[in-house]
Design a protein around this ligand. Structure first.
Ligand SMILES: [Zn+2]
Length: 120
């Protein structure tokens, strides 16, 4: 029995969970869904003075909570590891991470033993 190896079905399920969590964080951080572009129908198309006001859209930055930003980063890393085929391997000791732990925290980087070492 190779119980520590993750099969493709499990990986696919965890990838779903990662993508769903990422969507939740992004949706929560932006608050509302993007509004459809409702452009002012301006009959004075040649008016350059109106165009000058269009340069201030930088303030629409994502306001992520710090923890959410960290999880988001970890999710991206987990997705990359899935592509490389090294998902579920502890970053610190190289041992496989227990599937139960991955189910609970799909974006985790380290096994439970290394996590406990970090916290102590
Ligand atoms: Zn480890």
């Amino acid at each position: 029995m190779t119980e520590l190896l993750l099969d493709e079905t499990i990986i696919a399920g965890l990838k779903d969970a990662l993508l769903r969590k990422r969507g939740e964080i992004l949706e929560a951080s932006t608050g509302t869904r993007p509004l459809p572009a409702s452009l002012d129908v301006n009959s004075r198309q040649g008016d350059l003075a109106d165009q000058a006001s269009g340069n201030n859209e930088v303030h629409i930055a994502l306001k992520l909570k710090q923890t959410d930003a960290k999880i988001l980063q970890a999710i991206e890393e987990a997705l990359v590891r899935m592509e490389k085929g090294v998902y579920g391997i502890c970053r610190d000791c190289g041992d496989p991470i227990a599937p139960a732990r991955l189910n609970a925290i799909p974006w985790t980087r380290v096994c439970i033993a290394c996590k406990q070492k970090q916290n102590s």
